[in-house]
Structures are given as structure tokens and as C-alpha cells.
Design a binder for this molecule. Structure first.
Ligand code: NIG
Ligand code: FE
Length: 412
């Protein structure tokens, strides 16, 4: 039958289970089925078997893939990217080598504001082509769904341009895309010294348009000394809530100025970065059930400390992992590299990591019911790895270990 794929001879099929976040000890619980097979019909998982048994309607499969004893996991979900941007920022490398920090560069009018200039200059088509190329690369690395933020336009026309690019890509690319409006990413040049006025403009004009036109599901704010303070972030997020958006917050990336506590107070869907989060911040997140989206690639690239992932898991905060792919603080879209870093730097176990890059990441973007685990009724998104176990994914770094990526039952 067309539209029916059988993947057989799976050495280990490893997955978390359920539709909701897994925290505490449950973050480290995975189901491991040996000698397994999976049947995907019309894009959805129909049956999973193990111990050498084949699914009942295996004979109906139009296509059979032999996994040759390898590991199969759900497709990876990258819950935090800044996918659409003009230009690059390799010109910052010499400044970094001379000791300039991320904030020094931003304050000198570089950093995000430099990318804003380049994004404003870029045409819709250029951004579309470039972002599609990035997504092709991500798919080949095993990512089957991702979140993508705007935030390099910072005015009506260019924020909408970024979100329209995402809308078109979402319709055309195999990767599922969840769009986030990040109008509060930085204070643009034309509002320099007037962040309150900028937030009022965003809340009065751009955000309602984004909501009315269904251009994003979430809103995000960079809550940081060099961007928006807690009061401004609260105003932006309360407006987002009133418009019906889910809430995300870039919190405690450079300094803990209260971003994670604000995430807790507003019961945000996710708080992201959390490099500098203190005990109080972790407690606030654990009370609100907010997903901590941790981004070790950014710690690496900025030469910062690593987020206190173990303490978060200990206190019951659901942890997800993502790349933060962007041109300034993490110019890598390789979620496999993030898996290595989470193991070696956060000391997360392979099982906790798998949960973090699948179901917890899916929940951080509101897709826990559809993706993130391999179970009957979920989308047929999976990866056959050039590995026998998750330990190998934590161990090998710098190579692409995805042998075959399957999206909604199609080989891609
Ligand atoms: O998540 N911190 C704010 N945003 C990005 C960086 C964006 C940029 O530098 O272009 C981040 O690190
Ligand atoms: Fe980010």
C-alpha cells in the first residue's frame, strides 16, 4: 500500500512516552524496545512491535526500510532558533579575540542591531532561500520540528517579513515549524534610549497584527540589562497573553535580573537560556511547570558558564535542549552537538537528554500531543542512527550520525 512504511530490524527503539513534559526522575525514563519494528501509515504511527515480531499489517507496507540493528529514536525537536536573518557576523571574530564580550559588541551598535540592519536590507526571497537551506541542513541532522523566532526586523514591515517567510516555509518544508514573534529582542536604533515607547508601539501595533493574521503562536522577550528590564518584559508578555499567544522568555542569559522569576509569575510555557539562574529562579520555574529550554551551544560560543541543569532536574523543572541557532551567540544548527554538550557539560544522562530533545522540546512549543515520542497515533517522525545506543550519540561529536531521517512516514 502506498503511504505505508515499515521500518524493521531496529536494534533498539528508544523513546520517552506520553504527551506531556517529563521532569525529575521521569525525565530519565525511556522505553527501550529490542529487535523492534514500526509501521507508519498515512504519516502516523500505526503499530510498534519488539522481540522480532512484525506488526500485523506489515505485509501491506509499500516500502520496507531495514534499520540493520541500529538505534531508532523520535525525530529531534529544536525548541529555540532564530532561523531567519540577513547576513552573518563573522566580522565579530577579531573583536572576540581581542576580548570584547557579547554585550560590549551589542552596546557598540553591533551584535543583534547589526543583524537587524542586514535583515531589513534582505528581500523576502533572499531570507526564504537562506532559511530553507538551514532547514535542509537541520533535517539531515535528524531535526524534524523546530521553533523559529522573528526579532531581527524590529519594525512593523520587517518583523512581518520574517514571519511571512516562516509561514511560507512552514507550508512547503518537511520540518514542522512553530513561529514565535520576538518583537522585544533589542531596542532598535530609532528608539534608542526609549525602550518603553518601543514596547508601547509593539504592543499597540505589531503584536495585534501578528495575532489577527495567525503569524505566530508564541511571543518572546529578551529580558536582560542590555535589552528589556523586568517591567518592560512583563508589559510585553501580558499584552501577548491578552492577544492569545503562549509566552516565552530569554531569561538570565547574561545576568539574573529576574527573568526566570517573571516566567514563573506569568506561568510562561518556557524560559530559555538560564545560564545565570539562581536557586530562587529555579524554584519559580519548578512551581509554574515552565519548561527550561537550555542552550549549551551559547555557553560554549560566548565562553560562559553552563546552566545548572542537574539542579533543575533535581527540583523538578522539565528540561529541554535546543541550539539557539542565530548569527551572533550560537552560529550552529547542529542539535547533535548540543546532545554531546548536555552530556559532558550539564552531566545529563543519555535518557534525560533524549527526553530533552524530543518530548520536552515538543511540549515547549505546544506539540506534545503530536510529536516527541514514538507511540501509536503520533506523527511518524523518526531517525535511524549510525549508532546502536544513545551513549554513542553522547560520545561521538562533530559527525552527522543520522543515517536516515523519516518525516511523517516519508524518507527525507
Ligand atoms: O538567544 N539573546 C538574544 N538573542 C540571541 C542572540 C541573537 C544575536 O546575537 O543575534 C540569543 O542568544
Ligand atoms: Fe535565543
Amino acid at each position: 500500500m502506498r503511504g505505508c512504511l515499515l521500518v524493521k530490524n531496529i536494534g533498539t527503539l528508544q523513546t520517552a512516552t506520553g504527551n506531556s513534559v517529563r521532569c525529575g526522575s521521569a525525565q530519565g525514563e525511556n522505553t527501550k524496545l529490542e529487535n523492534a519494528a514500526i509501521l507508519i501509515k498515512d504519516g502516523m504511527i500505526e503499530e510498534i512491535t519488539c522481540d522480532g515480531e512484525l506488526p500485523k499489517s506489515a505485509g501491506a507496507a509499500g516500502l520496507v526500510l531495514d534499520a540493520e540493528g541500529n538505534l531508532v529514536t523520535p525525530g529531534l525537536v529544536d525548541a529555540h532558533t532564530h532561523l531567519v536573518f540577513g547576513g552573518y557576523r563573522q566580522n565579530e571574530i577579531p573583536l572576540k579575540l581581542k576580548g570584547a564580550s557579547y554585550v560590549d559588541i551589542l552596546k557598540a551598535g553591533g551584535g543583534i542591531l547589526d543583524t537587524v540592519k542586514k535583515t531589513r536590507r534582505a528581500s523576502f526571497e533572499e531570507l526564504y532561500e537562506k532559511s530553507t537551506g538551514f532547514l535542509d541542513e537541520m533535517l539531515a541532522l535528524g531535526v524534524t520540528a523546530c521553533e523559529a523566532k522573528s526579532g531581527y526586523g524590529l519594525d512593523f514591515e520587517n518583523e512581518i517579513k520574517q514571519l511571512e517567510v516562516l509561514k511560507k516555509i512552514a507550508e512547503e518544508h518537511p520540518i514542522d515549524i512553530v513561529a514565535t514573534y520576538m518583537g522585544a529582542h533589542a531596542v532598535p536604533e530609532e528608539y534608542k534610549g526609549k525602550p518603553d515607547e518601543y514596547i508601547s508601539m509593539v504592543c499597540g501595533t505589531v503584536m495585534p497584527y501578528v495575532a489577527e493574521n495567525g503569524l505566530a503562536e508564541y511571543c518572546d522577550v529578551f529580558c536582560e540589562d542590555s535589552a528589556f528590564n523586568v517591567g518592560q518584559s512583563r508589559e510585553y508578555l501580558l499584552c501577548a497573553k491578552a492577544c492569545g499567544f503562549g509566552l516565552k522568555i530569554h531569561a538570565d542569559e547574561i545576568e539574573a535580573i529576574g527573568g526566570s522569576k517573571l516566567a514563573g509569575e506569568l506561568r510562561a510555557a518556557s524560559a530559555e537560556h538560564l545560564i545565570a539562574t539562581d536557586e530562587e529562579g529555579i524554584e519559580a520555574l519548578s512551581k509554574s511547570g515552565t519548561v527550561a529550554v537550555l542552550l549549551p551551544g551559547t555557553s560554549f560560543y560566548l565562553g560562559k558558564q553552563y546552566a545548572p541543569a542537574r539542579r533543575m532536574i533535581e527540583l523538578g523543572v522539565p528540561v529541554a535542549l535546543a541550539t539557539d541557532f542565530n548569527p551572533g551567540s550560537c552560529p550552529s544548527l547542529n542539535l547533535q552537538l548540543i546532545i554531546n554538550m548536555a552530556c559532558l557539560k550539564y552531566k545529563m544522562t543519555p535518557e534525560e537528554i533524549l527526553t530533552a530533545v524530543t518530548i520536552n522540546a515538543a511540549c515547549a512549543v505546544g506539540r506534545g500531543g503530536a510529536i516527541g515520542t514514538l507511540e501509536k497515533g503520533k506523527q511518524g517522525d523518526l531517525v535511524v542512527w549510525d549508532a546502536k545506543d544513545m551513549e554513542t550519540l553522547c560520545y561521538r561529536f562533530g559527525s552527522n550520525l543520522a543515517l536516515q531521517v523519516i518525516k511523517k512516514g516519508e524518507l527525507v
